[in-house]
Structure formats: structure tokens, C-alpha cells
Design a protein around this ligand. Sequence first.
Ligand code: AMP
Length: 409
Amino acid sequence: MPFSKLGLSAELSRAVSQYAEPTAVQTAAIPAVLAGGDVLAMAQTGSGKTTAFVLPLLQRWLSAPHETPRRLHALILVPTRELAAQVTEVVRQCALHLPPQIKVVSAFGGVSINPQMMALRGGADIVVATPGRLLDLIDHNALHLSQVGTLVLDEADRMLDLGFADELRRILALLPKRRQNLLFSATFAPEIEALAQDLLHNPTRIAIESAPATAPVILQRAIEVDAKTRTQLLRHLIKTEVWRRVLVFVASKYAADLVAEKLRRGGISALSFHGELSQGARSQALADFKESRVQVLVATDLAARGLDIVQLPVVVNFDLPRSADDYTHRIGRTGRAGESGIAVNFITAESHAHFCLIEKRHRLTLAREQVPGFEPTEVAPPPTFGGIKGRRPSKKDKLRAEAARRARE
Ligand code: AMP
């Protein structure tokens, strides 16, 4: 079904004419949002979910009365600065051919608040914000939320994971009672279900496991290697397998700096990307990577969600992610928009048991590879008390169990 059959204006359909057809989440969400009701959508990044809510929001904005100062038509909350910048860009692209000029303001922390306060003078039609900075702006009287028509929570699961629950509660209390709510999440974890219960009225439920139009074709590999030879193996693979652009995930900021430095010493252009860098350095690293001025970006999980890097052929889990969900997000950085991609996991003696759990969660069984010259020699340490499976429940596990219990009641 073409975009034009989904109830969008010719100008909006034209803005997405580069796509052959809507993705599954777009086909389901666009008419539901246009109808004005609440929506609860489970969709991964890369499924086209951003366009799925941006297009109908713009369509609704077109038919709403336009006032001066501008009334905040939609508030889009996102978990990270990078996602805020990305969603803002999608709004601008989709609005490109619209006759009235839309004003979209992006608000996120880590940069001076003043330009954002200036940008909000005279109001805005759409604000894309991270929760903390939005509250700062409200405290500075730079905007108020009493007239918001639609609230979008994008990557709501990530927002809760990052500990934004309190900020969200404060923001929700400032919104008008009558409004449309759109909740997008990669998972329907119990906390999300609980949030949906509080927030949504009779929502249209959309669950997209994978989007045929953009279904990623990701080849997953598991290479056994000693922890201490991983950087050498990485260098070897970059050269022998001719990986022109690689996103490498590590467990800490320190490791990101160290691995990037070692790669540079080995003659490979590499930068680190993590939360301790200034916003300027992060944007610059990302721009250098996207525009192929550096070949390798060594990142913490900061880069695991939301980031849309077209033509990223390889993702390497140098350190394994902590959770099976993070695994999905990390490997989802490759194979975007229908391209194929490779996700390589380095499996050390120590991380082997953890990888087996990730495989189990994803019903995966990857063949173990060894690369000649890098065969592992380390043996697994004895299991810690109780083993991984038997570990004591974390605070998060307990919260989940509590939310699940409440949902059953
Ligand atoms: P998301 O992060 O889920 O918003 O997905 C964004 C990616 O999907 C971007 O690379 C878009 O260019 C791509 N995309 C969005 N809509 C479509 C579509 N209808 N067909 C193909 N690719 C799309």
C-alpha cells in the first residue's frame, strides 16, 4: 500500500517518496495516529518507527488552527541527545514540502540552555526533548505544557532503563488531561505495560517483530579468542575482511579510549564515543564516522540505541552486552534500511557462559569460529557463587517482578 493511501497529504507523501512503500509499523500506526486515539507500539529502531509517528503528527498539525504565539502541538520525549537530534531531523525532512513553516525545537542536556531558551521564544509547534532538559526549560519558564495536543514517548523502555521514571512522572503531571498519547518501545517489559496502563486510554496495540520493508539481514558470528588478544584480532579482521566502517562496542569508557588508541597505533583511524566526552566531541566523532573520515568508532552502550548510521556493514561486540535486549539494540545498528550487515561477537573464556544465555534468550545457536593465529588458550574461571543463572535478583529484577505481579492482579 502506498503512503498516499494512508490518509497523508500529497506534500507529506512526497517527503517519503524515496521509500518504495511504508513499513509494517508505518502501515499500522499512521491511520491509528490520524484517527486521534492512543497508540502502544512495540517496534525496534530501524523499523521506520520515527516516520510512523512523525508523518501523522504533521498531518494533524496541518489541520489544526495555527495561532501566534505558536501552541505546542506535540511533545516528543526521547532518552538521549543523539536520538533527539535524529528525530528532529526526521521531522524537518518530513515537513520539507509543507506550505506552512513548522517550528521544531530540539532540547537536550550537555549543551548550554540559552540557545534552547531563545529558540523557544514565540513558542514552537513541536518540541523534541530529553526529560531532564525539558524540566530545566520549564523551570526557566521557557515553555509550558498545558496545551500539548499529543505526547510521544519514543524508546520508552530505554527511558525507564536510564532512570527517567521520576522526570516522566513530573512531566506527565504538567500535561493537559485531554491529549493523545503515543508510546513506542522496543519491548513490552512489565514496566512498560505498567506505564501504558497509567498513561493510555483504550490504545491501538501494534506489535511489529520485524519490518519486512527494512528487515535487517544480519549475519551473526561468534569468534572465540583470548581476552588479551582481542585488539590484535580486531585489527586483523578489519584488514583481512576489508571492513570499511566498523562500530565496536566495549564495556566501559576506559576501554573505549584504550581500544581506539591501540587501533590508532596500529595504523587504523579510530575514535572513542562515550558519555564522558563533551557533547561537541560526541557530535564530531559521530559526524567523522558517518562521513567516513574515521573507519572505526569504539563505543559504550551509549551508541547502542537509536543511532541511525546508514551503511554500517559491521558491528563488533568486543565486550559482550550485559543483557539480551542490549544485544538486539547493538546488532540493530547494522543491517539498517534493508541493507545486509555483520555482527561479530568476541567470545572469551570468561564471557562464554554469558553468551550462551544471550543465545538462549534469542533462541540462537551460533557456530563458534576460531581465527588461525588467534586460537584461544585461556580457560574459563570457576563459576562465581551460584553461577550467572543463579545470581541474586538485582534491584531491577525485583522491580520487574513487582510490576508483573501488579499487572496480573
Ligand atoms: P527508525 O529508527 O525505526 O525510525 O528507522 C529509521 C530507518 O528506517 C532509517 O534508515 C530510514 O531511512 C528507514 N526507513 C524509514 N521508513 C522507511 C520505509 N518506508 N522504507 C524503507 N526504509 C525506511
